[in-house]
Design a protein around this ligand. Structure first.
Ligand code: NAD
Length: 469
């Protein structure tokens, strides 16, 4: 390989944001080089995030569905887990998807370089163990890494981050999950289904801080039954390895001050992976590690763009992919394109799932913004009854003056799939009346969205709204 290569566009980072950008750029005829620190594109999402965790959550779902089938008169034999087979299946899924990305690079004529890239100047990147690459334009898509707390750096294999937890080396008898956010609750659910006694410790007053409380409540209720303990308003203040366990000290509302666990998963957030990139030489500005960009995802250096987790919240793969495509559209001539989504969906893949998009009730309160809400409880849904899942809720949030839908929140089985309809409605500027007039198929859980909108117009058949005198 020559020591120096010249390219038109460098995409630094091959996750869902980076590869989406690189593929579109190449499709538009831009000579593109994709640099990634690892040999296989796909990033955190494909290798140690969304895809492996959703494979495991599917397994958890099957285990709980078999368990819950007892109320329909179905009994299965006791669970027998072959961890080797489970790991092999997960690896195969990731391998197949990686293969199709590698083929995507090859088919499009993208140069794929492996190694950590670091800026030498505003037109040059040095790849560790590889060539120096000169470029005309660049998209930084370096993603994020797990945040750590120094207290947990005791060099113990019993302390896991999300990557270690996904490897499922064993099913510990007891697992402490530090952090009641996305990762903590998703991975806690997996281990609880596989047979671990799971305790979650969360420092704020509720699980999934920032998510509307009425959406979290049904999840909390279910997790209370599946987890050993959920400690809220509680912090870990001490950690040490003692014999075959990790002894943990708590401070706060937890009813105990010390306990031991076979393993501990630390899931206290992620931070942008932007250190050690040589930004000091370029004038690229960061804030708490996130790269500052304008509405077209351009950094302070006009020919360098930044997208995805490295460029700000929410740290979600689908947001990264859309930002990546926007950056390419801007640099290939769509100069008016701007980043202005009305509704970025978020999904927590627990059981029940929680999903929302657009304005939340919590945000509306913070902004002192007047809203009207239609809430449809799944106890009134025929479909929810037939699948034994009446613990859901769907709410549609509208502007009281215009009836325009501002946000939708869902908790319930399959909420992550249902939210897509709400994204389309919000992006198309639909009103609640529009949504109410759309005929939803019966009997489906999608009807709950239509009914929540109908409630705002006194049209619901299944929930009686007494008339105001
Ligand atoms: P998070 O921000 O969702 O949750 C971290 C939790 O840890 C918070 O509830 C916080 O209050 C708590 N916490 C922080 N310090 C603590 C301490 N010392 N003791 C106890 N609790 C503490 O972060 P995460 O769960 O690590 O996930 C990181 C990011 O990854 C998310 O923000 C999300 O963007 C992304 N992610 C998304 C999905 C998905 O889309 N389904 C799944 C996993 C991760």
């Amino acid at each position: 390989m020559p020591d120096t290569q010249a390219t038109d566009l460098v995409v630094l980072g091959g996750g869902p944001g980076g590869y989406a950008a690189a593929f579109l750029a190449a499709d538009r005829g831009v000579q593109t080089t994709l640099i990634d620190a690892t040999a296989k594109p796909g990033g955190t999402c494909l290798h140690v995030g969304c895809i492996p965790s959703k494979t495991l959550l599917h397994v958890a779902h099957v285990i709980y569905a078999a368990h819950d089938a007892a109320e329909f008169g179905l009994r299965f034999a006791a669970l027998d887990i072959d961890l080797n087979k489970l790991r092999a299946k997960g690896n195969k899924i990731v391998e197949t998807m990686t293969g199709s990305l590698m083929k995507g690079c090859k088919d499009r004529g993208i140069t794929h370089l492996v190694g950590h890239g670091r800026f030498i100047d505003a037109h040059t990147i040095q790849v560790d163990g590889g060539p120096t690459v000169t470029f005309q334009r660049c998209i930084i898509a370096v993603g994020s890494i797990p945040a750590t707390l120094p207290m947990f750096d005791i060099g113990s294999k019993r302390i896991l981050d999300s990557t270690g937890a996904l490897a499922i080396e064993s099913v510990p008898k007891s697992l402490l999950v530090v952090g009641g956010g996305y990762i903590g609750l998703e991975m806690g659910s997996v281990y609880a289904a596989l047979g671990s006694k799971v305790t979650v410790v969360e420092m704020t007053p509720g699980l999934l801080p920032g998510v509307d409380a009425d959406l979290v409540r049904p999840l909390h209720a279910r997790l209370r039954a599946r987890f050993e303990n959920i400690y809220l308003n509680t912090k870990v203040v001490g950690v040490k390895e003692v014999n075959d366990a990790i002894s943990v000290q708590f401070e706060g509302e937890a009813d105990i001050k010390e306990a031991s666990y076979e393993k501990v998963l630390v899931a206290v957030g992620r931070r942008p992976n932007t250190a050690n990139l040589g930004f000091d030489k370029l004038g690229i500005e960061t804030e708490r590690g996130f790269i500052n960009t304008d509405s077209q995802r351009r950094t302070k250096v006009p020919h360098i763009f930044a997208i995805g987790d490295a460029a700000g919240e929410p740290m979600l793969a689908h947001k990264a992919a859309h930002e990546g495509k926007l950056a390419v559209e801007v640099m290939t001539g769509e100069e008016a394109a701007v980043w202005d989504p009305r509704a970025i969906p978020a999904v927590v893949f627990t059981d029940p799932e929680i999903a929302w998009c657009g304005l939340t009730e919590t945000e509306a309160k913070k902004q002192s913004r007047e809203i009207k809400i239609g809430v449809f409880r799944w106890g009134f849904s025929g479909r929810a009854a037939t699948v034994g899942r009446n613990d859901g809720l769907t709410k549609v949030i509208v502007d009281p003056a215009t009836d325009q839908i501002l946000g939708v929140g869902l908790v319930g089985a399959g909420a992550g799939e249902l939210i897509a309809e709400a994204v389309v409605a919000i992006e198309m500027g639909a009103t609640a009346k529009d949504l109410a007039m759309c005929i939803h198929p019966h009997p489906t859980l999608s009807e709950t969205i239509g009914e929540a909108a109908e409630l705002l117009h006194g049209l619901s058949s299944h929930i009686f709204t007494p008339k105001k005198k």
